[in-house]
Design a protein around this ligand. Structure first.
Ligand SMILES: [Mg+2]
Length: 192
């Protein structure tokens, strides 16, 4: 199976990174929303309009994307999917303010998944033109110029729960992706 994994909100914990950076820099003016309180897909839409510039300053700052923590269980699951023989790619849309975001997304993948994984990066503003069997993404609705041939599996986040459909976390990925462990080609397959 060709599995496309979104980066932010699926592998990299944008929400926690933003929360911590905001609390440090701006918490005295407006307390950071906890990740569980987030309701809009774009973080800027969850903060008062007068802070729009400060919100953008946080996530466009040098080091923001590079230093995002990994979402719990994600790295182990990605490696496991590879050992099961799946073709796993990271399919990510950079900010329009790309100068820090794009190189730091690569740095992040190199740091957390190793230099070989950099070959698996697909950086695009339109994920509908990318082929795949499955796209795991936290964005509620993904649109573009084509009718995609992948199935969207929603990565569960507090801001996408208004959308129905197949969803998963890194605790439930085996069921959501219908991974058959018995066909494992790797060494860490479990037999029972
Ligand atoms: Mg995302």
């Amino acid at each position: 199976m060709l599995i496309l994994l979104d980066q932010d909100g699926v592998l990299a914990d944008f929400e926690l990174g933003f929360h911590n950076a905001w609390q440090t820099k701006m918490g005295h003016k407006h307390p950071a929303l906890s990740p569980a309180e987030r309701r809009a897909f774009y973080v800027r839409d969850d903060y008062p309009k007068e802070f729009r510039e400060e919100v953008e300053e946080i996530y466009t700052a040098s080091g923001f994307f590079r230093d995002l923590p990994a979402i719990s269980g994600a790295m182990e699951a990605v490696r496991h999917l590879l050992t099961l023989g799946h073709d796993v790619r990271i399919c990510t849309s950079p900010l329009n303010q790309y100068r820090n975001c794009v190189p730091e997304k690569y740095e992040w993948v190199e740091r957390h998944l190793g230099p070989d994984f950099v070959h698996r990066m697909i950086v695009t503003k339109d994920k509908t033109v990318v082929h795949g069997d499955v796209l795991v993404d936290d964005k509620p609705v993904i649109t573009g110029t084509r009718h995609p041939n992948w199935k969207h599996v929603l990565f569960d986040q507090p801001y996408n729960r208004h959308v129905d459909g197949l969803r998963m976390t890194w605790e439930t990925w085996r069921n959501a992706l219908m991974v058959d462990e018995s066909r494992s080609q790797g060494t860490d397959s479990k037999t029972s």
